[in-house]
Write a protein that binds this ligand. Sequence first.
Ligand SMILES: [Zn+2]
Length: 226
Amino acid sequence: MGRAPRAPRPRFRPTIAPENAMDEIAAPLRQLIEELKRLPGIGQKSAERIAFHLLRADRERSQALAQAVLAMRDGLRLCRVCQNISGTEVCGFCANPRRNRALLCIVEQPRDVWAVEKTRQFDGLYHVLHGALSPVEGIGPEQIRLPSLLERLRETNAGGGPVVEEIIIATDPDAEGEATAAYLAQLLKPLTPRVSRIGMGVPVGGELDYADEVTVSQALRSRRTL
Ligand SMILES: [Zn+2]
């Protein structure tokens, strides 16, 4: 009882030019892959893997993902006090009575808050600038959240809350971050007993949120008074 002879395997003959390879893929799938590719760190291969994974998974998975993305867009705002992203008018940090109100850390972006938090070295409050000064790009003090910082300090100093004893400037150690730190130091020194700059643990020219926890820890510990 011999096996039926196998049909000859069809020879692979590429007939579609690589640049047109996506043309024959169903449009909704192609659209999803294109959208995924816009995300940081996602290339063609990863985008395809995610799209096909979602295609295989239950419809509920896709629905949960789509809803989570939209809920994040629509449900978040900036904290009235520190300008960090928040689901409520005042964020979790500002509302937490256990945070040390005498310490204030100034960062460029909300993701930098996470970088500092992960070190577990800091229990104070934050202020998020949403940028750094850049004369080349036309970004001046009014374009970043500097006025709200000054107003916040003026209110605190006027007796509205415990006085800030130290402000740690944790802007990125690149040209814009350093220029912003120098500018802030001049503005803030008359308002606060100590203004400090994070140490050199974060590589020069680097970004705070790309540094690992140990490096950010070191940078915080080795801060110097300006
Ligand atoms: Zn806040």
